[in-house]
Design a protein around this ligand. Sequence first.
Ligand code: ADP
Length: 433
Amino acid sequence: MYKKVHLRLTILCAGITAAIMIIMSFCYLFVSEAGLYRNQNNSFKNDMNTITTNLEHQSVISMEWLSKMEAQGNYTLFVLDNGVPFLYNQLTSLPESEKYELLNESLDAYNNSFLTLPLSTASTPYTSDHVEFEFTFSQNQEKYFCGVTQIERGSSLLQVVVLSSLNPLKQQILEQRMHFIFINIFAILLLSLFSFIFTGKLLRPILENQQRQTAFVASASHELRTPLAVILSSAECCMDAPIENKEKFLKNIKKEGLRMSALINDLLTLSNSDSQSFPIRKKPTELDTLLINAYESFEPLAREKSLSLSIELPNNTLPLCNCDPDRISQVVSIFLHNAICYTPENGKIHLSLFYKKGIYSISVKDNGIGISDEEKKKIFDRFYRAEQSRSTKGHFGLGLSIAYEIVKSHNGTIGVKDSVLGGSEFFISLPSS
Ligand code: ADP
């Protein structure tokens, strides 16, 4: 299920980004190719202007100059005097017959597309014009920019046909397209990898949460099954038992019922905290009074177990702490209850409160059985109980996880360490507001 969702999310994530990237690169490619074509066309037109202007001012055509122009622009150049070709370029690789064909076809294209406009009748001793167009050579389907310049001097007509092959441009465009394809493939691979890692990271907390929920439900059912089994068997025995023995079974049923009720209350508290509906009613609280009340409530229980419970409070008056007094009392009770449970007879428990720079610190130290470093990492987990305490009835391993949620909802910190008394020390820090 997780793998399927992970894969689908990866495909979705990579697919959408790849589609956007491909559309963008095609748009860019389109603009870039149009730009390349425009640049080549403009540069050809400029060269045609230069050739025409130069020819206009040359009384004798300089072959050297023409060859230079031809080589510079990689052109194929033809010069016709009164329609008779008299100069062929040396650069073109076309065979002689094809050169004729190329010239004839370009002139045909010129004659078909452009009516020879009457040349201007300016006061200059000559008149000239030039046109540029694109045409395809029928023999090899090669495309050319073609420019024809006509210069009329008296009765003679000089025509210069300049052809620029579009093959290099085509090649350049093709290379650019190939580069884009390779870059896009590489980017899609990278995107897929990134999406796989990214969605995996995104899903991990959901997966962990789901695993936690499953474990939570399994542990809760397990814990509820035991008292329920005792209740059912006691009820059955009670039905068959003589009247004088019934009380024993009824007491058992009541005891297990109370145990179940306590467990259900704990489960509800945690479930409320998970659904963010943990009711926290903060109000200005005298924490020293709160601790004295807790001390007074647990003192008889401690004395019953021959434990000495002591309290240490700051001498000066403390500022009020903005917290939920009932919830913080619950945390202190969990600590004290645990300390009493896990400290053997004649042991010591010390409850203390400190205040420094806007932070309240409450701690409960004992000289009980202590907690190993390995267990310290797990005791705030739900339903976790250290081996020694598993057999202790009435301990579900939920107390510290409830304390953790309460402190978290107060933006405080909670922790455990080895106590100077020899057992363990549980502490919380609370901000004053
Ligand atoms: P429980 O209901 O089992 O006490 P808690 O969540 O309150 O559940 O505590 C989890 C576990 O942490 C306990 O089972 C116990 O092993 C350990 N623990 C808690 N407080 C102490 C303590 N003061 N001394 C030793 N171990 C403790």
